[in-house]
Design a protein around this ligand. Sequence first.
Ligand SMILES: Cc1cc2nc3c(=O)[nH]c(=O)nc-3n(C[C@H](O)[C@H](O)[C@H](O)COP(=O)(O)O)c2cc1C
Length: 232
Amino acid sequence: MDADESIPLLDGLATTRAIRRIAPDPIPESDLSTILWHATRAPSGTNRQPARFLVLRADERSRAAKALLARAFRDGWADKRRDASYDAGSALDPTSPKGRSRAAMEYFVEHFEQIPVVVLACLIRRRRPHPFEGASVYPAVQNLLLAARALGYGGVLTGWHGSVESELRTLLEIPDEAAIAATVPLGRPLGHHGPVRRLPLTDVVFDGGWGAHADWAVDPPGTRFAGPPPPH
Ligand SMILES: Cc1cc2nc3c(=O)[nH]c(=O)nc-3n(C[C@H](O)[C@H](O)[C@H](O)COP(=O)(O)O)c2cc1C
């Protein structure tokens, strides 16, 4: 495993991409343990630590869960492909960003069952659904992805489990008080991590009032940008 535990923290933050082309090789248990330990270092409200991680690997029940999820992911991608015009325009050019994204998505959903590890990041609810509750689980998901990156792996935060959630809950005996916050496939990337593309700082950082330009907030040289997302 080409682990790179020496990667500087800020470089890791700037270069951890969504990885959807994932090799089938299993993740050694010691690496999985390290990844989950770092995930659980994330903060939560009042340090209540309501996040739980259900790890699906290669046992019979996990394989059945992955098969359910594969169906949901194929449906999720089919909807997105239609709604976000992935069958037209620049998406048909395999060298364009949208064309590359389309190819990665196709690979992802077609090979979903072979992904070695799928983590269901769950949240134990102590009260009714609340707009802020995700703040006690998503930092852990990002820590998980960054820790995976540090060890030479990759993955992606997804929300495509919804259409099979009730079957998944029954199969895996997930209690009612646990919400499934994200489904995170993990494994060795077949592609590469690298600088992510985001909006320029001038578009997203305001100084002292909404819309006020922050002239001190400057993208470093070489920053790669992405335009605003499509309307869907
Ligand atoms: C809240 C959230 C939901 C997401 N849902 C999905 C999803 O359902 N399927 C998927 O393939 N990627 C999903 N992603 C991954 C994003 O598409 C990805 O992080 C984004 O396009 C940026 O990619 P990059 O980090 O490689 O630049 C999600 C990310 C976030 C933060």
